[in-house]
Design a protein around this ligand. Sequence first.
Ligand code: FAD
Length: 500
Amino acid sequence: MRARMRRALVLRVRTCAVRRGVGGLMPRTLVVVGAGVSGLAAALHLSRVVPAAKVLLLEASDRTGGWLQTTCTEEGAILEHGPRGVRSTGTVGTNTLQLVSEIGLESELLPITYNDAATKNRYLFVGGKLCKLPTSIRSVFSKLPPFSQPLAWSLAREPILPRSKEEDESVHAFFTRRFGAEMADYVVDSLCRGIFAGDSRKLSVRSCFPPLFKAERSWGSVLLGMLVGSGAVKWDGAKTEVMERARREGWAQWSLRRGMQSLPEAMEAALRAKGVEIHLHSPVTELRPAADGGCQVLTEGGILAADHVFSALPAGVLGPLLPTAWRPLAQALGKIGSVSVAVVNLEYEGRVLPVTGFGHLVPSGECGEILGVVYDSCSTPQHDRSGPPTTRLTVMMGGSWFTGAFGDPQRVSKERLLERAKETVQEQLGITGQPLTAIVKVHKDCIPQYGVGHWKLLADISEWTVSHRVPLTLLGASYDGVSVNDCIYQAQRGVERLQG
Ligand code: FAD
């Protein structure tokens, strides 16, 4: 209680010390709310592009990083409870690599190349067995389970199919139309569970896979569009050494030596070095329009006067903080749903995996609540404990199927989730016995769901905020991509939009 009062006082004192800019001219007071990777990236970019501004970052919890969370066990094993791999390709991947260099993490990078088993071997668990997904040209021409015919059939006819005029449709409907029911039911259904922990029959193709949607629109064919690079934004920034190395060595993804949490830790250190104030234990309780066109940010410690607020909160968290005058915005934000995921880290004695690869996904038709299993020891063996060999695995459960299978994410017992995870690795990988380490995390509402029509919701939100001169920029995974890369890239673009 005393500590909380002390923190409140500090916030108040610092608030008084902040001097507001005049008429929107620099320097200005800019408040970023939420210190997940989006909020951290926004604050870093602000400190770079508006160096004269006063930047404050407010975070409700006792740490920065949001879903990027790592445990290092006493024996030295690194266990990820959130993201574990970041793609290094494309503009957004290149952008993150550049950030990693800037904040001095380059020597910590653990590349996963296209030649690694973790990139080449990916499996589906169908009909009680692991089925390796085709990755070579030859395998596309063979009939491989679970498919009833070679994939080449559905690929060959795709370019000649008529294009749709729909403004949006579900990912499942899109893939069924273009590549057939098996591709949709096995591959794409599983992919949506792996990325969004969501249901491909409800997720929007336009918002979840924009390059594929654009490819059909522009070229009448997904394959043709992908071949000519439809929708790809070209990297126009400087080329750094790490980008060259990633290209030369064929990196597909990367992790970090001390785990993903070291990314927000390094971002936080860079922000502090630049003089950005970071307030932990500072949940924002309300946002209010100010008479001068700015925004009042209410926290337990006092009221901050901001010229502009960057919200890096999930849409469902931000909505209830908005004032009555911004009700249409709050209502629109309330339509962006999210799902909860149980993440169970398991570590077993010995090398116990029957195959090598990134992991396997389970199509919803096989089992709703088990989304898949990641073979962490295969992709990042450097994260195994030292000493005799062990195997690290992560079982991902729930998502869109969480409540149906386990009930309320806030009430479900961790013992029950652990039992279900152990049963899963026994059933699907033949791994028996007791794990050396087991950690169960229930991440409530951790992955936003872009339903069909999400693009229109975003367009309406943008129009409303601009026309009502709302001094608020929306950042974070709820809007334009859930990957770490997308969150960082979109946060930077959000900052630049305000710049002008
Ligand atoms: P968050 O991380 O949700 O951050 C929001 C922050 O706001 C939090 O720190 C929270 O405490 C704070 N906050 C909440 N309320 C308030 C308030 N009132 N006032 C102040 N602060 C508040 N992506 C990949 O690229 N690769 C992967 O392998 C991958 N795997 C994933 C696995 C899991 C289990 C999960 C959950 C996600 C994964 N993702 C992955 C996605 C990616 O990690 C997230 O989309 C991304 O981290 C979201 O970041 P964010 O900053 O937008 O939101």
